[in-house]
Design a protein around this ligand. Structure first.
Ligand code: SF4
Length: 173
């Protein structure tokens, strides 16, 4: 029998314990590569799709398993949906561990939804996400008082509730 090959993901880095990247204590994986190039982006070093380093999902899962106090995992950027196949595979394993998943994206929910109709990996990553923080960072909408995001256009979207209702359902955070 041929065993499945672990997904390989290009990352900018990880943070083992964060309280600013979604609710509760979270393990954060920063995707390497971002097509959005938002003016005022705090992580421009994550834009280069050839930068960062490649890791396989087993290595990341081992580190996540070692983090006993976390409530969940956050995929941040860079742009996780630019590597939807790898992040969807990792997301499936994370959900099996009983952890929740927050995904940041520079795309809007509506753009991701449209793409998910023609790309299975995008659909899978969207469906495995509990909370989506969507939209690009817009410096003229900057607001440091907002929880878990930098500009007012970005929304905290409850993905399962939104998909079930057929409209955006916002988290009350
Ligand atoms: S989507 Fe995020 S990582 Fe990408 S350019 Fe915008 S702020 Fe930076």
């Amino acid at each position: 029998m041929v065993s499945e090959v672990a997904a390989v993901i290009r990352i900018a880095g990880i943070t083992r314990e964060s309280v600013v990247d979604g609710p509760g204590l979270r393990f954060v994986i920063f995707a390497q590569g971002c097509p959005h190039r938002c003016a005022g982006c705090h992580n421009p070093e994550t834009w280069d799709f050839e930068g960062g380093r490649e890791v396989d999902e087993e290595e990341l899962l081992k580190l996540i398993q070692e983090s006993k106090l976390i409530r969940g995992v956050t995929f941040s950027g860079g742009e996780p949906f630019a590597q939807a196949k790898g992040f969807a595979s990792l997301a499936g394993r994370i959900k099996e561990m009983g952890l929740d998943l927050v995904t940041y994206t520079g795309y809007t929910f509506e753009e991701i939804l449209a793409k998910s109709k023609e790309d299975r990996d995008t659909e899978r990553l969207l469906k495995l996400t509990d909370l989506l923080v969507d939209g690009p960072y817009l410096s003229h909408e900057r607001d440091l008082s907002l929880p878990f995001r930098g500009s007012r256009n970005q929304r905290l979207i409850l993905v399962p509730a939104s998909l079930a209702a057929g409209r955006v359902v916002l988290a009350d955070l």
